[in-house]
Write a protein that binds this ligand. Structure first.
Ligand code: ARG
Length: 246
């Protein structure tokens, strides 16, 4: 007996009601910044930012496709249209606001210093005269450039934050300055390497935003609408607790 043929797929209502268009946007993220974005063993991009934007898209009525995009070229990829959206623990700054538009802030952060456990560095000022690792073009780079001078030979710039931290294991830098969430995560997950963290009251509050090309109001409105919903309905809190809860 031959099985009945499978029903023909619905054609979306024929002439009268066209299916609503759900657009898919290409999202750039520098997936070397755990716990915000990183690649797992299966080369999948995972993390707080990924889960958040996925939820935001669901509520905002759009689809997202994440593409690993090195920090170095991330802002250019938005400008030239290779990426529609960026989520990459990006701090909203006045300078960047001239180049792109940001969503409402979705996360509060601050710089934090990582040093070897036996280091005498106890405050930001103590970095003067020391070799300091930063990720090029980040807010960590900004604060250290201000303290040591932009052209100081003591600033060692790396294309990713993990590379800077690795260099501290090798002894090539005496401290690394990066976002607190990332530094805490690294120190916690690499207890064998013997690092500790040093806070400093001079570090200002930073806020992460999701970026779109300047003037791309269509996408920005959808992001902000979705973000509002996930904050209101508890989804944001759930994702936050998964990554940053006790
Ligand atoms: N929040 C910092 C900044 O905006 C660092 C972000 C780095 N993000 C990353 N995925 N590598 O400059």
């Amino acid at each position: 007996k031959t099985p009945a043929p499978a029903p023909a797929p619905s054609q979306g209502g024929g002439t009268s009601t066209p299916a609503p268009q759900v657009k898919e946007y290409i999202v750039g993220t520098d997936a070397a910044y755990a716990p915000f974005e990183s690649e797992n063993d299966k080369k999948e991009i995972v993390g707080f930012d990924i889960e958040l934007l996925t939820a935001v898209a669901e509520k905002g009525g759009f689809k997202v496709k994440f593409v690993n995009t090195p920090w170095e070229g991330i802002f250019t990829s938005l400008k030239n249209g290779d990426r529609d959206i960026l989520i990459s623990a990006i701090t909203i700054t006045e300078e960047r606001k001239k180049e792109m538009d940001f969503s409402e802030p979705y996360f509060e952060a601050k710089q934090l210093i990582a040093v070897p456990k036996d280091s005498k560095i106890a405050k930001f000022e103590d970095l003067k005269g020391k070799k300091v690792g930063v990720q090029t073009g980040t807010t960590g780079d900004d604060v250290v450039s201000k303290l040591l001078g932009k052209d100081s030979k003591d600033i060692k710039r790396f294309e990713s934050t993990p590379l800077a931290l690795k260099e501290m294991v090798n002894g090539g830098v005496e401290a690394v300055v990066a976002d607190n969430g990332v530094v805490i995560n690294y120190v916690k997950n690499n207890s064998d390497k013997g690092f500790k963290t040093v806070e400093d009251a001079s570090f200002e509050k930073e806020f992460y935003g999701i970026a779109v090309k300047k003037g791309n109001k269509e996408v920005l409105d959808k992001i902000n609408a979705g973000l509002k919903k996930v904050k209101e309905d508890g989804t944001y809190q759930k994702i936050y607790d998964k990554y940053f809860g006790k």
